[in-house]
Design a protein around this ligand. Sequence first.
Ligand code: CO
Length: 622
Amino acid sequence: MTANPIKITDTTFRDAHQSLMATRLRIEDMEPLAAKIDAIGFHSAEVWGGATFDSATRFLAEDPWDRLRTFNRLMPNTPLMMLLRGQSLVGYRTYADDVVDSFVERSAENGIDIFRVFDALNHEPNLQRAAAAVKRSGKHLQMAICYSLTAEGRLGGPIYNLDYYVDRAKRFVDLGADSICLKDMGGLMAPYDAHELITALKEFLDVPIQLHTHYTSGMASMTALKAVEAGIDVIDTCLSPLALRTSQPAIEPLVVTLGNTERDPGLDLASLLEISDELETILPRYRAQLQTPKAAVIDANVLSHQIPGGMASNLVSQLREAGALDRLNDVLTEIPRTRAELGFPPLVTPMSQMVGSQAVSNVLFGRYSMLSEPVKDYIRGAFGEAPSEINAALRSKIAEEDGGSIIMAPTRPADALAPELGEARDAVAEISEDIDDVLIYALYPQTGLRFLKIKHGLEPLPDEMKSKTLEQVELETVAAAQSSSGAAAEAPLPSARARRFNVYVGDQFFEVDVDPVEVNVPGRQPGTSVAPPATSVAPAPPSAAPAAVDGETSLLAPMPGIIVKYSVEVGQQVAAGEPVVVLEAMKMQNVLPAPVGGIVKALGVSPGAQVDKDDVLATIAS
Ligand code: CO
């Protein structure tokens, strides 16, 4: 061991799969690796928090608390770290103080040793309560500064300059930080900027400094190296199979790079390679999540669009679900524009989702024709202070909605919230076992409730949440190919245009007939044609109706999501534009207005249900 070894945090079980495979790695696949990672001698392992809590309950029907206890049991030698979004915890809104206190306490008791706490706007008042709760638990408080750039390129400019970061770091130490993290979620930190910034911070800070960066733009390994040279204490890396692209730098090349230098991390390369080989054998089951439309390992465009990894993979899956993957470039162009109009928030959860989803909505449905509730709240200051001025037209839109002038949130937004835990406890009294269950509901009333019903056997485990074997994944690939060849129940006979193709899946091959379907076939069922995607993505207003049949107009789901609630009842008179239903889509609640005025004839879906794009949500007779 050298006198000053660089310390390493492994992110394989949290950020790496969050960045590359939409946080879908299951605990059963991490368990065999956990003890081996524990034996490496990492400074810490980031295994929880961020999107893992949401993903486990929403998509995997997996109890996130159980997951944490499992890590705690299998990794006794490595301090476990979680990512905590300040007053938003592991969710997407500001929670009341009692939820924050309880969540931090339970996380500490279930096994978290290091809390990495950040706020999307670096807004101190949003960090105070969580910081105090971590200090009370006796655990390590690491406070992260979200790294952002004023415009494309380099550190500096009127907002995100050297003074900004030094000032934040000092304030965070005053809040009790045991260490400071530079959180470069977008992979924007250029190597020499890292050197300059860390050198400056080292001058003012006595606590250790850690660098968290993403590979997205291709700079992360170089940035890590310059950070090491500038004297950084800890850096984040992950195992090579889940490294690079939008994830962290790989550990293996860094071990070799720094070997026999004064900053040699002292980790065993052979052991790391062995674990990476094992991880390689697990990943083919996640083929569907790992697929990206791009061939390049890096995305140099990120240097101008500033889109972090998790956000980029979310955008791709949102657009794919909405049948609009071909609009990706339009959305990428729209994001910086939306961000500037919203006062340059750093693109980190929940701001990244808000800016991203608003940009998606702007592209698909027209600019700001549909303003999501979180974006409205952001403009009202409910997430904290915007780094710079918000667009005047947007502000007056909200002012109008608030009856003349914007009703602003308090400086510490949580001050506006009454305690929430009691109500949550009552709401799930019948289907909760303990406070951990209650917290799941308090965090996510819709998807959390659904999870608790599944967990306690009140609802069957939906097929899409079940774990799949490699054979099943391969069969599904084949089935998808067969169904798109017209093998569905009422398949028409192949036309003269049909062509036969050989389709190879692994070492198997199938003969598949492909028969082009005419564009504009009326009543075409989704999934039964191989029509080019462009035909299904004509930009449409959110309340687009297929047709007014016999004076009845349908309100269709503009994208897949979950029905939160209806604002109207059957038989009620509504005016065009009046709110009809709240759809949670892209992790955000959107109010969908009536496409026409008239009498509500039918409400298609019950609250809590999952809907697909174009499902009928309501029928209105005009
Ligand atoms: Co990250």
